[in-house]
Design a protein around this ligand. Structure first.
Ligand SMILES: [Zn+2]
Length: 389
């Protein structure tokens, strides 16, 4: 009987999975007595000790790993490995439910201690690594004052602006003001008021870009003369630098866009001598004290009489060279006495007032000034060229 009983118990033990704690011990006689208890219960003391040892092991390996790392990223990996939701310490805490209620506090206390120790070590290491990182950053940023400085690339004026500014200074010094006019201009101001009626042949040489039949891109700065006269009583002394446009193909001496500097003086008793004197001072200031000027008769519809003005070659002094094509003189501008009709169109009485006007091609004087043989260089924005000024 007892043997049968024992067999049944064994069967029960195996089926319920308590086998860890099964003890088969000889009792008396030839029978066996089965003592079966849950393993956790039977070896509770030993298991508590195991948990504590396990926690010690976890702490030791965490500390070891912490000692070996050198980056904040590794540090985070360690925190996850030991203290994270699926971390090793957490895993131990999760098994608390299966412990004997009396033992739970012991293991729980130990687990909390270990968790606290690891957390503390992680915090310490974090501070340490952050300080190290900051120190390294500071070291990297440290300024070595003995190193040569980085060269700052300074911009500078374009050759057109360099010469234009000089021209402005020269005329401002002679009491001129600077006037401006629109680049998109009425046909009336650009041609008609300047004595160039619609059928005038001189219009052919100034073909431009039309916005409408009556509105165009100005071909010259001369329309500013009319605009100033309409708005100002004599004495008038102005220069009007600006962009002008012609329907020309680009080549070494032509561009559909270029610059002129208009000049005009209107007052009582202004004569051709005033024009010559003014332009002589201008030429000497721009090209040097030895520069001479020469006036050659010419024709412009808006001046009468008209002239072209040459300067003595600043390169050869008038002896003749490639710059002046062997002539000793270089043409730099056109001018003359303002036509009485133009004064009238500007609302000024030609019987009381007279004036002179001139137009300078800025590109031309810039090219002479710097010895350039191709106008396109001024517009191409090639740094190898521009850096030379
Ligand atoms: Zn010359």
């Amino acid at each position: 009987m007892p043997a049968l009983k024992a067999k049944r118990v064994i069967h029960f033990v195996w089926n319920t999975g308590w086998y860890r704690g099964v003890m088969l011990r000889p009792f008396w006689g030839e029978a066996f007595f089965i003592l079966s208890v849950p393993g956790e219960y039977y070896k509770k003391e030993g298991i508590t000790m195991n948990k504590q040892e396990q926690l010690d092991g976890i702490r030791n390996s965490a500390m070891e790993e912490l000692n070996g790392i050198s980056s904040l990223k590794d540090l985070d990996a360690i925190r996850i490995k030991y203290l994270g939701k699926k971390g090793e310490v957490t895993a131990v805490l999760k098994t608390m439910g299966s412990l004997d209620p009396k033992e739970r506090p012991l293991v729980g206390k130990k687990a909390n201690e270990v968790r606290g120790e690891i957390q503390e070590a992680i915090d310490k290491k974090t501070t340490e690594l952050k300080a190290k990182k900051q120190e390294e950053e500071l070291k990297a940023e440290k300024i070595d004052v003995t190193l040569p400085g980085k060269e700052v690339e300074l911009g500078h004026k374009h050759p057109l602006s360099i010469v234009l500014d000089e021209v402005k200074e020269i005329f401002l010094g002679m009491g001129f003001n600077i006037a401006e006019g629109p680049e998109v201009e009425w046909d009336y101001y650009n041609f008609e008021a300047l004595n160039l009626p619609p059928d005038h042949p001189a219009r052919d040489t100034q073909d431009t870009f039309y916005i409408t039949e009556k509105m165009l891109l100005r071909t010259q700065t001369s329309p500013v003369q009319i605009r100033v006269m309409e708005n100002q009583e004599p004495p008038i002394r102005i220069i009007a630098p600006g962009r002008v446009f012609r329907s020309d193909a680009v080549d070494a001496t032509h561009s559909p866009l270029f610059h002129q500097i208009e000049g005009m003086v209107v007052d009582e008793n202004v004569t051709m001598a005033d024009l010559k004197g003014t332009l002589e001072i201008f030429a000497k200031k721009l090209y040097g004290e030895d520069t001479k000027i020469r006036l050659r008769p010419h024709h412009f519809p808006f001046t009468e009489p008209s002239c072209e003005i040459d300067i003595s070659c600043f390169k050869c002094g008038g002896k003749g060279c490639p710059m002046c094509k062997g002539e000793g003189w270089i043409e730099i501008l056109g001018g003359g006495m303002v036509h009485p009709k133009v004064l009238e169109n500007g609302g000024i009485d030609p019987d009381k007032y007279s004036g002179f006007a001139f137009g300078i091609g800025l590109e031309r004087i810039v090219m002479f000034r710097f010895g350039l043989d191709d106008m396109r260089l001024l517009y191409e924005n090639d740094m190898r060229f521009l850096e030379q000024f």
